[in-house]
Design a protein around this ligand. Structure first.
Ligand code: NIG
Ligand code: FE
Length: 412
């Protein structure tokens, strides 16, 4: 089916197929066409141009975009949307003075979510997660990465990944899955972190690989969770199954996780709220994408990733939500883009590049997502009538996305 979008006020993020990621000063540019048309055929971006070049195109459906902008859908490269229940009590505990770390030390946090998830039937878990996915699709997310890590038993980790895969099968959004067995040490292994890590490597990982449930491998490299040494050990094991790393590093402490990730050719290193000059140098000599998660900083009141510094150091940056029940109960990429501008001092162009093209890179989806490129996936969003694209982050907290088309399907 042919779908034609006409009279587009500005068609944003037009790129050649070979543009995989953008870094440094180039992030300030957002190539666009004013007064444009865009043709989608089935699930592919077929063609585009300016209105004066619009020849006779017969399309089954035409959308008049007068006064509206069109962008590629958001690429959310870091989420934990498959989870059971919520943790609003911990939110209240934090308001009353407990820290995120103190809550975790008392058996709350990730272990609290793991308990809930282990007790939740697979169908119910699917239902809860599907609701979240539908919600973020309506807000413009067209490709998403989903992690395990709230199972912490072989059975529950496999259950999470099966649910994530099924979401990808049943919805038009493109889903990439990541095995995060090393998210926390479960109660059964209390005081025996090494035992749990061995269990992950010898029991969980082979099953995850055998059932082909994960594209990537992740670890929470942080004081009180897993060390740099653990990270090396796990990533090496993951590599033997062909799983590239995308890892949680430098959320609260810089302990050398960035370098460990780069050594193992991580596709991305995520969080980076606390960053050293040495970490920046390591990233400068790598293909690893730094990923910032500003909604997490907002919700936990922790520092924002120094995105301005990273870009000024010539590095690329991707933005993602981190949607999860503990540190970021929000999957709204529009809020992420606005917060990156407001709190991290990214320009609107930089933030949009980080949330589209660079986000696609951080999921291994550069060939199909993240830009308006002929042959790429027909995943685009139409804004309401807005004065300029800078209005999107400026008008933070409000929804300016009117129509979302994912893989050629209009989301209702
Ligand atoms: O990315 N930092 C580790 N993991 C998650 C949050 C885990 C939780 O609190 O449930 C994150 O922020
Ligand atoms: Fe996370």
């Amino acid at each position: 089916m042919k779908l034609l979008l006409t009279n587009i006020k500005e068609l944003l993020q037009i790129r050649e197929q070979d543009t995989k990621k953008i870094a440094g000063g180039a992030m300030k540019e957002l190539p666009s066409l004013k007064n444009a048309w865009l043709l989608l055929e089935d699930n592919t971006i077929k063609d585009f141009g300016t209105m004066d070049s619009l020849a006779d195109i017969s399309a089954e459906k035409t959308i008049d975009c007068t006064g509206k902008m069109v962008l590629p859908t958001w690429c959310d490269s870091h989420t934990h949307i498959v989870y059971a229940g919520n943790r609003e009590q911990e939110f209240v505990d934090r308001i009353n003075g407990l820290s995120y770390q103190e809550i975790a030390e008392k058996g709350g946090g990730i272990l609290n979510s793991a308990k809930k998830l282990q007790e939740t039937h697979e169908e119910d878990l699917y239902k809860q997660s599907a609701q979240r996915l539908e919600q973020v699709m309506r807000m413009g997310t067209g490709a998403i990465e989903i992690k395990s890590g709230y199972g912490l038993t072989t059975e529950a980790e496999l259950k999470m990944l099966r649910v994530a895969k099924k979401l990808g099968d049943n919805f038009p959004v493109t889903v990439k899955t990541t095995f995060l067995g090393a998210h926390a040490v479960p109660a059964e292994f209390k005081g025996d972190k090494d035992g749990y890590l061995n269990h992950i490597i010898t029991n969980m990982l082979p099953k995850v690989a055998q059932e082909n449930l994960a594209d990537y491998i992740d670890i929470f490299c942080e004081k009180g969770y897993f060390s740099v040494e653990d990270t090396h050990k796990l990533l090496q094991a993951g590599n033997s199954y062909g799983l590239m790393p995308k890892i949680h590093v430098n959320q609260f402490n810089a302990i050398g996780g960035v370098k460990a990730g780069v050594v193992h050719d991580a596709l991305s290193v995520d969080h980076l709220e606390v960053l050293t000059n040495a970490d920046i140098s390591v990233l400068q000599n790598s293909d690893t994408m730094p990923v910032a998660l500003p909604s997490c900083s907002y919700f936990l009141s922790i520092p924002y990733t120094p995105g301005r510094e990273l870009i000024d150091a010539g590095l690329p940056l991707a933005l993602a939500t981190d949607y999860n029940p503990g540190s970021t109960p929000s999957g709204n990429m529009n809020f992420v883009v606005a917060t990156a501008c407001i709190k991290m001092k990214l320009t609107p162009e930089e933030a949009i590049n980080a949330a589209t093209l660079n986000g696609a890179y951080a999921m291994g989806l550069s060939d199909t997502h993240g830009s308006i490129t002929k042959g790429k996936n027909a995943s685009v969003m139409v804004t309401k009538e807005i004065p300029s694209y800078a209005y999107l982050p400026y008008d933070f907290g409000n929804n300016n996305i009117e129509t979302v088309i994912i893989n050629g399907k209009t989301i209702e």
